[in-house]
Structures are given as C-alpha cells and as structure tokens.
Write a protein that binds this ligand. Structure first.
Ligand code: PEP
Ligand code: MN
Length: 241
C-alpha cells in the first residue's frame, strides 16, 4: 500500500452508530483525509466504559468504506480477533496498551496488512523499535510508527506529545512516522497547533479523532475535533504542504 504524504487518518475514536460513522466518514473524505479510523474493539481504562460495537462496528466501517472509498484503520486488541479484523481493515492499528504484546504483534504480522504501531505510553524509543523488530522478524515490513504521547509528570495535558522522536526516527529508521495529537494532548483546542507542529518537524502523516458532536461522544470527546474544525485544519495543512 502507498501512503500519500501527508497521510491523514481521521475519524471517531469509536464507531458508535451508523449515523455517527457515515456523517463523519463523508465529512473527513470531503475534507481530503487519506483514511478513515474508527475503533470497534476499544481498550477502555474503565471496564464500565463503552467497549465498542465489536463485529457490528466492523460492518459499519465496511459500509463507510463503500460510501467514501477511504481505506479503513481499526484497532485489534486480542489475538483471537485478528482474522476477523483483517477481513475489514486495510491498516491494522496496534494500540499503545498492546505494543508490547509480542504474541499479538506476531499474529498481526501474518495478515500482511500495513500495521500502525503506536508508541506505548511508557515506552522508550529503543523498546518501540524492538517491538517493531518482532514484526520485521515475522517477515513483514509495512509498519507505520505512531507517536501518541507519553506519560510524564505533567498533568495539564493528557499525555506529553514527544515530537523529538519524529526527526529522530526519520534519522535512524526507514519507517513511516505519523503523529496522533488527539491522544497526545487530550484536548481538542491543542490538536490543530500540534498537528501542524508534527508536520513541520517531518511527520509523514497524522491520526486525528473527529466526531460530529464531541460533547456526546462515547469515548474521547474532549480531544475530538468537530467537523468544521477538522475542515479548517485540513485547509491549513493543504496550504503548507
Ligand atoms: C485510539 O486510537 O483510540 C487509542 C485507544 O489510542 P492509544 O492506543 O494511542 O491510546
Ligand atoms: Mn481514542
């Protein structure tokens, strides 16, 4: 698979309903996004929180792909779901909580689908690259490394977006490097400036959470852009790239 530069992945944190997903898919497509994201299996910190629609969510993603033609990015949490998710996903996301789940990495590598390997929230670059090595050793090399913020002493933002790694990884590796300012900041107002900063320091792409009504989102509403704000960001990005 070829990744246009900048490769912009946008969509809701979680697939919630047909209306929510189709509205978002159409809007991000019209705004110029390169791929649609949406979680069907969600890794939630609180077991009481919405866990995703599961297979029904995957079916809605397939419908959104038919509607827009956008490739689909969705997360896998469990080795038992890899085959099912590979039937629907064009790119498989390994979330920050799973990047050191080595059996999962090996299983996903077998699908030969491009893999987004998110940085674990307490992972050094060395550990991240060793996780990527598990995938390379399984004979697969379509890996997109995604910086999504790390946990530091700072609590004013959800995580600390470590943009240092962008030029560092570009210097040291051949991987495609993308940045997720949504999880990296946890705050919608900070997403556009940090998205632009990521591209300015050499990121090959972005992952951005977008929701038609962030206040009502079932997950990550505070960090999701509404549609007009995403459209504005895309125009600004297109002007400079
Ligand atoms: C997500 O992309 O919605 C997600 C859960 O991301 P992360 O693994 O970076 O927390
Ligand atoms: Mn999220």
């Amino acid at each position: 698979m070829e990744f246009s530069k900048p490769f912009i992945i946008a969509g809701p944190c979680a697939v919630e309903s047909e209306e929510q997903l189709m509205t978002t898919a159409k809007a991000v497509c019209d705004a110029g996004a390169s791929a649609l994201r949406g979680g069907a299996f969600k890794p939630r910190t609180n077991p009481q929180s919405f866990q995703g629609l599961g297979e029904e969510g995957l079916k809605l993603l397939a419908k959104a792909k038919k509607l827009t033609g956008l490739p689909i990015v969705t997360e896998v949490l469990d080795t038992r779901d890899v085959t099912l998710i590979a039937e629907y996903a064009d790119i498989i996301q390994i979330g920050s909580r799973s990047t050191q789940n080595y059996p999962l990495l090996k299983e996903v590598a077998k699908t030969k689908k491009p893999i987004i390997l998110k940085r674990g929230m307490a992972m050094t670059v060395e550990e991240w690259l060793l996780a990527a090595q598990y995938i390379l050793d399984a004979g697969h090399d379509q890996i997109l490394l995604c910086e999504r913020g790390i946990r530091t002493f700072e609590t004013a933002t959800r995580h600390t977006l470590d943009l240092n790694v962008v030029p560092l990884l570009k210097e040291r590796t051949k991987f495609t490097v993308i940045v997720d300012p949504s999880h990296g900041t946890g705050k919608a107002s900070l997403v556009p400036p940090m998205a632009k900063a990521a591209l300015a320091c050499g990121a090959d792409g972005l992952m951005i959470e977008v929701h038609p009504n962030p206040a009502k989102a079932l997950s990550d509403g505070q960090q999701s852009l509404d549609i007009p704000t995403f459209e504005k960001l895309m125009k600004e990005i297109q002007k400079t790239s």
